[in-house]
Unconditional design. Structure first.
Length: 149
């Protein structure tokens, strides 16, 4: 499996920020160093809204939140989802469709999520939808992001 261009669900990104030594954090660090995360305006907006929720105040400083958003934004591949893709419904939770739309628009090689509403769709056509643990295990097995050359 190729991890060069991936969409990562907001829950995984928040987990990475909250637990710096956890699987999601290790995965996101590897993806930022060796691959490219894909965002659409809708997926990044959800992250920005959720990371600033008051319930995270005691866990994440303002500086840490800003650094996380800047790091994710800086190396991201940004896509504008065409209306023809945005009109399609996939998940039983309509808010999750934004991640599928971004992945399909970018031709992402996988979507990484811990959300059962997304994971139950695996695979969605040729798009694998996998957990952070499965993605990290596969990356470790490959020894890299699976890129040729």
């Amino acid at each position: 499996m190729d991890f060069a261009r991936v969409v990562v669900d907001t829950n995984v990104l928040l987990s990475a920020a909250l637990v710096p030594n956890g699987v999601p954090a290790e995965l996101v660090d590897k993806l930022l160093a060796e691959g490219q995360l894909v965002f659409s305006p809708a997926t990044f907006a959800e992250l920005k809204i959720r990371i600033w929720k008051p319930k995270f105040d005691r866990y994440l400083s303002i500086e840490r939140r800003n650094r996380a958003l800047q790091a994710l934004n800086a190396g991201a591949l940004w896509v504008d989802v065409p209306t023809s893709i945005a009109a399609q419904a996939y998940s039983r939770d309509a808010s999750d469709d934004a991640f599928i739309h971004a992945a399909l628009t970018a031709g992402a090689t996988c979507l990484i999520s811990g959300d059962d509403d997304l994971l139950c769709l695996h695979p969605l056509g040729s798009l694998p939808i996998i957990t952070p643990r499965a993605a990290l295990d596969e990356m470790i097995k490959l020894g890299n992001l699976g890129r040729a050359g």
